[in-house]
Design a protein around this ligand. Structure first.
Ligand SMILES: [Zn+2]
Ligand SMILES: [Zn+2]
Length: 327
């Protein structure tokens, strides 16, 4: 297997320290987060442990992005920081509300007795509860990934779904802050697609919490602007090296690498790319119009052709014009 385009890496990783960090950063940070979360689980503090690990990851990426960026251009403000954070918060709020609503209408009571004993809602014992926890989490990652893969792929291939997913792809640089930049409708679709099958199979809550943690850590790493090497890891996990191709303006590259955590389904359904002869594109984004303001981005997917035309004349779009303002 070819090593990850070593001759194509940025000269910014030319010192021995940066060279070794570029190899160690992805596996090191991912392992650190998993170990911290594991310790917290053993003390019965899964949420606290997850939040602490997430903060450690954010702080590490903040410094690494400045110390050894993958693209210097991506350190420049793009006028979207406020929108990135606002989408992240709206999305998290929507998902939390959904879980709360599920509790209020009694859905959780419907599922809990079944999941607590490893039974699916149909009454059959579908979940392999006797397996070691690590293996159950790995199984959950692979099973949920099948649904996440297809929800992501359909978000690219079905125009009505792309309207919402385009908000994520409209960014012109990748960094850890735009990890959670999804239109809330897009997130809702993806979260439901990923979680419902596992709940129906009777996956225990502890497995679902681990799956959520793995998805959060890999997602944050996927968007970071840190010069990293991955080698064989890119043939198992969704690494930043793969996801940068997914943000290409060229749809021959952009409509590839749909994996959220692992790349198994991309390989099986032939949408996996990992070119070794060139660096991923610097000029990421979409070729269509996207309004620059957060509130306009929320509205944009709902507008019909006529309204969009009208809107375009009044609202500034993303790109150069947006760089002057960060709101
Ligand atoms: Zn996408
Ligand atoms: Zn992305």
């Amino acid at each position: 297997m070819a090593q990850q385009g070593e001759g194509l890496l940025s000269p910014r990783s030319d010192t021995p320290l940066k060279y070794w960090l570029s190899w160690l950063a992805w596996p090191g940070l991912f392992t650190l987060c998993m170990v911290l979360t594991g310790i917290a689980f053993s003390f019965d503090l899964p949420i606290m442990g997850f939040i602490f690990s997430y903060i450690v990851l954010i702080v590490s990426l903040f410094f690494l992005e400045r110390f050894m960026p993958h693209e210097h251009d991506w350190l420049e403000p793009d006028g979207q920081t406020f929108a990135d954070i606002a989408h992240t918060l709206t999305t998290k709020g929507t998902v939390q509300t959904l879980f709360l609503f599920a509790g209020v209408i009694g859905l959780s009571e419907l599922f809990t007795p079944a999941t607590a004993q490893g039974y699916g809602v149909l009454g059959a014992e579908l979940w392999p509860r006797s397996w070691p926890l690590g293996l159950q989490v790995a199984f959950a990652v692979v099973v949920s990934e099948f649904f996440l893969y297809w929800s992501h792929r359909t978000a690219h291939e079905i125009p009505i779904l792309w309207r919402f997913h385009a908000v994520h792809h409209s960014v012109t640089r990748l960094w850890f802050v735009n990890t959670g930049r999804f239109h809330f409708m897009d997130s809702l679709y993806r979260v439901l697609m990923g979680m419902i099958p596992l709940t129906l199979l009777g996956a225990p809550m502890e497995v679902l919490q681990w799956l959520a943690a793995v998805t959060a850590f890999i997602g944050m790493l996927t968007h970071c602007n840190v010069e990293m090497r991955f080698g064989w890891l890119s043939y198992v996990f969704n690494t930043p090296g793969l996801h940068r191709w997914h943000h290409s303006r060229d749809i021959k590259e952009g409509n590839k690498n749909y994996g959220e955590n692992v790349v198994l389904w991309d390989i099986l359904f032939r949408t996996f790319i990992n070119p070794q002869d060139r660096r991923p594109p610097v000029n990421v984004g979409i070729s269509e119009f996207m309004p620059a303001k957060f509130t306009h981005q929320l509205l944009w997917p709902f507008l019909n052709k006529e309204k969009r035309k009208d809107f375009k004349t009044k609202a500034p779009g993303m790109g150069r014009a947006a760089k002057s303002s960060d709101a």
